[in-house]
Design a protein around this ligand. Structure first.
Ligand SMILES: Cc1cc2nc3c(=O)[nH]c(=O)nc-3n(C[C@H](O)[C@H](O)[C@H](O)COP(=O)(O)OP(=O)(O)OC[C@H]3O[C@@H](n4cnc5c(N)ncnc54)[C@H](O)[C@@H]3O)c2cc1C
Length: 396
């Protein structure tokens, strides 16, 4: 496959040079020139308004996917308890399915887990694909990947979503490899393109410095994982659906792994995921001693204390209290950001908060762009004042 320039058409506008992700186009004597490291990706061809860049590659056609239907969510369960991430994904799946005019299905694997279907219906599934077998009692990669691969081949879903949990992060790439499709991991937003009706999968890229939106036009199912806490679970009591049982045939030989012992590491510290109020501190707190102000406010409000990566690295808080792209994703009712600038990597972890209150002495701090209420001031004065007001039962 070759890419070349029709020099008489090229006007030297440099659009192709800016667009080339590989730095494989240069300008020579006022005309674009393709270099040896060109991968023939075609990006330059798309941006050239002069039609001066040519290729001998056949244009890629989009296959007919009209019989690939439905938004599927992997219903992750351990010891008969559904993961919160799966229920959250069912919430998102409902809005995606609505935009597509399709239905939501949950994929439930395990042993004697049919009782969980009721909850899956209540959280938005129209159908539950149920695969039960002794060999599926505990999660094992090969067994789960095989069964879900079979379900995909038989029922042809349009979209398959999984939580970016320990299990989801292990299973999703195995399935995507098995069925030969791409996978966008750790998405923070999912939506449907209104024209093409394809899944737009948004996630932080380049170290979190920008958000990339990825779409898959050429294969099905469109697969994505989403971090727990990013989407909102929606429960409708009494909502019902149907169960589609899948006959499982698995032998221990083909699975190749055995569970010898199950143990749970004692969880250290706090669970920010369940906190209704979070008082979060950033570099503006100034010192470890300054964190006491935040703990007092959190205590008065019945909340937890969290922080930015900067203060975790400074040792003012343990790592399990870090919020953000490389920390936890939280969705409290109230998030009070004290002395936090609002870097994109921090916002990635707290944007699902219902109300954000920001305290910062810099009125131009980006955190104010995502805050419902902003207080411009020194947190060392504002936070004790808030604590006093809350403790005395005054309105804030
Ligand atoms: C790959 C990658 C991953 C990352 N992951 C994360 C992550 O998960 N979580 C995260 O938080 N960061 C993460 N970061 C770091 C992120 O880019 C920012 O550096 C960090 O969030 C900034 O922390 P901060 O707001 O505490 O500090 P700063 O950006 O320094 O902001 C301090 C703020 O405090 C204000 N201030 C100062 N004194 C006072 C005062 N007395 N009263 C009120 N306001 C005051 C200042 O005006 C300023 O706005 C990551 C970075 C990278 C590259």
């Amino acid at each position: 496959m070759t890419v070349w320039i029709e020099t008489e058409l090229c006007n030297g506008c440099k659009r192709c040079i800016k667009a080339c992700p590989y730095g494989a186009v240069e300008l020579k004597d006022g005309k674009a020139r393709i270099l040896d490291n060109c991968t023939s990706c075609g990006t330059c061809i798309e941006v050239c308004k002069q039609k001066a860049i040519q290729t001998d590659a056949e244009p890629r056609t989009i296959p007919d996917f009209s019989d690939w239907k439905g938004v599927w969510v992997f219903a992750e369960q351990r010891e008969g308890i559904l993961s919160r991430a799966s229920l959250e994904l069912l919430g998102k799946a409902q809005s995606l399915a609505r935009d597509l005019g399709q239905e939501v299905s949950a994929v439930l694997l395990g042993h004697q887990v049919s009782g969980l279907a009721k909850a899956l219906f209540e959280y938005g599934a129209n159908h539950v694909y149920l695969a039960q077998h002794e060999a599926l009692a505990d999660y094992r990669t090969v067994a789960y990947a095989k069964v879900i691969g079979e379900l995909i081949a038989q029922y042809r879903p349009n979209i398959l979503l999984m939580g970016a949990t320990h299990i989801g992060r292990d299973l999703a790439p195995r399935i995507s490899r098995r069925v030969g499709v791409g996978l966008t991991a750790d998405c923070t937003e999912l939506s449907i393109d209104p024209d093409e009706k394809i899944l737009l999968q948004t996630r932080p890229a380049f170290g979190g410095n920008l958000m990339a939106t990825i779409a898959n036009r050429y294969s099905r199912p469109q697969m994505a994982t989403v971090r727990p806490g990013v989407m909102e679970a929606v429960q409708t009591t009494g909502h019902n659906g149907d169960i589609i049982s899948h006959k499982v045939s698995l032998s221990e030989n083909e699975i190749g792994t055995k569970i010898l012992e199950r143990f749970r590491e004692k969880k250290k510290g706090v669970s920010l995921a369940d906190a209704r109020v979070i008082v979060a501190g950033g570099r503006g707190v100034g010192s470890e001693a300054g964190m006491k102000l935040l703990f007092s406010l959190a205590e008065a409000m019945g909340g937890e204390v969290a922080g930015t990566r900067i203060i975790v690295e400074a040792g003012w808080l343990p790592v399990e209290r870090q919020v953000g792209q490389t920390g936890q994703t939280v969705r409290p009712e109230i998030y009070i950001a004290c002395g936090i600038s609002g870097a994109i990597q921090h916002r990635a972890g707290m944007l699902g908060s219902r109300y954000v209150i920001a305290i910062n002495k810099d009125p131009g701090a980006p955190i104010f762009q995502v805050a419902d209420w902003g207080i411009v001031g020194d947190l060392h004065q504002v936070v004790p004042e808030l604590t006093r007001a809350v403790s005395e039962g005054n309105r804030i």
